[in-house]
Ligand binder design. Structure first.
Ligand SMILES: [Zn+2]
Ligand SMILES: [Zn+2]
Length: 357
């Protein structure tokens, strides 16, 4: 089967013929049908991360169960599924306390992508830029036939992270003023989550005019182009000079995280959703942090509880409460994966999706 392999950081992916290992207990094999291309895949191309090349990227996938290990009862061959990433062991302290996204159990370290003696790492236990993947079966959430498979794929990261950041992590109250810095695939879902949560002002900040126009369709009430205006001052101007109740940073850079903090009102919250680099830090004035009563909140994976939240998001989609189709601006084949990254970096797409058939 074919997979897109990162052989070396900062180089294009290469399509290779590789094999899958035999299924281990607790695992399922999924035939991939759709995989979104997310900014955090790019992070693993350009930065040093715990996932070492040769590496199969991709963590926003959906497909059909092809086979399961005999002990797996939660899914069966033929089921359409979304593949959630990371560990969700179901037995550690965090899984028991309903904070699955904080699961401390390491990802399986036995090789799943192989070729003779070669071993290929699998990003976040998924590696969805491959025609087939072996994954932990408890990470699979079944998807009804009415949901197009490329929309299902976006539930594995962008939609779930964005909506969850608003509703589960920050718990935005109706009437709040919300600002969102960085309107990519996740940021657009923070915008739609804020609108859905009944926010008063939803202020979208980006450098790309096309994304700001799209944010308006997803519920943004005000758009700020940060290449023309100081976003902190603009957010304050829109919120009686105070700043927003919640400012979501969906980029992962020190300067924009500082902007989010500065643009939050006293007593407000800066929510860091963007994936930052392991070697970068942000500093805050200590006296101001204490006196302002501001909170800085990290948000991983929208604080998702997969088997509770994903079926809820599917229901909301089928009921017309959230948009997913409109996020998908271009479809690519697996052998066009590098083009998909180029389009994302050029700001041409909200989400590009790799389609496997
Ligand atoms: Zn992602
Ligand atoms: Zn766990």
């Amino acid at each position: 089967m074919k997979a897109a392999v990162l052989w070396e950081r900062r180089t294009p992916l290469k399509i290779e013929e590789i094999d899958l290992a035999d299924l281990q207990p607790g695992e399922a094999r999924v035939r991939m049908l759709a995989s979104g291309v997310c900014h955090s895949d790019l992070h693993h191309i350009n930065r040093e991360t715990p996932f070492k090349p040769p590496l199969v990227l991709g963590h926003e996938g959906a497909g059909v169960v092809d086979a399961v290990s005999p002990d797996v009862k939660s899914v069966k061959p033929g089921d359409r599924v979304v593949i959630m990433f990371g560990s969700k062991c179901g037995t550690c302290h965090f899984c028991h306390s309903g904070e699955d996204y904080l699961c401390t159990t390491p990802l399986p370290d036995h090789p799943r992508f192989i070729r003779k003696d070669e071993r290929f790492a699998q990003l976040l236990g998924v590696g969805s830029f491959a025609e087939y993947v072996n994954v932990t079966a408890s990470n699979l959430v079944r998807v009804p036939d009415e949901v197009p498979i490329e929309c299902a794929a976006l539930l594995a990261c962008g939609v779930t992270t964005g909506l969850g950041a608003v509703t589960t992590t920050a718990k935005v109250e109706p009437g709040s003023n919300v600002a969102v810095i960085g309107i990519g695939g996740v940021g657009m879902n923070v915008v739609q989550g804020a609108a859905l949560a009944g926010a008063n002002r939803v202020i979208a900040v980006d450098l790309v005019e096309r994304k700001l126009e799209m944010a308006h369709q997803f519920g943004a009430t005000h758009m700020i182009n940060a290449s023309e205006t100081d976003p902190v001052q603009a957010i304050k101007d829109l919120t009686h000079g105070r700043g927003a109740d919640y400012v979501f940073e969906v980029i992962g850079r020190p300067n924009t995280i500082k902007q989010a903090y500065d643009a939050a009102r006293n007593g407000g919250t800066a929510v860091v959703v963007g994936l930052g680099a392991a070697d970068e830090e942000v500093s805050f004035n200590l006296a101001e942090l204490m006196r302002s009563g501001k909170a800085i909140q990290g948000c991983f994976y929208g604080s998702v509880r997969p088997h509770m939240d994903v079926p809820r998001y599917i229901d909301m989609y089928l009921n017309g409460r959230i948009k997913i189709d409109q996020l998908i601006s271009r479809r690519f084949r697996l052998d066009q994966v590098n083009e998909a990254f180029d389009a994302m970096q050029a700001g041409e797409v909200a989400r590009g999706v790799i389609m496997y058939e």
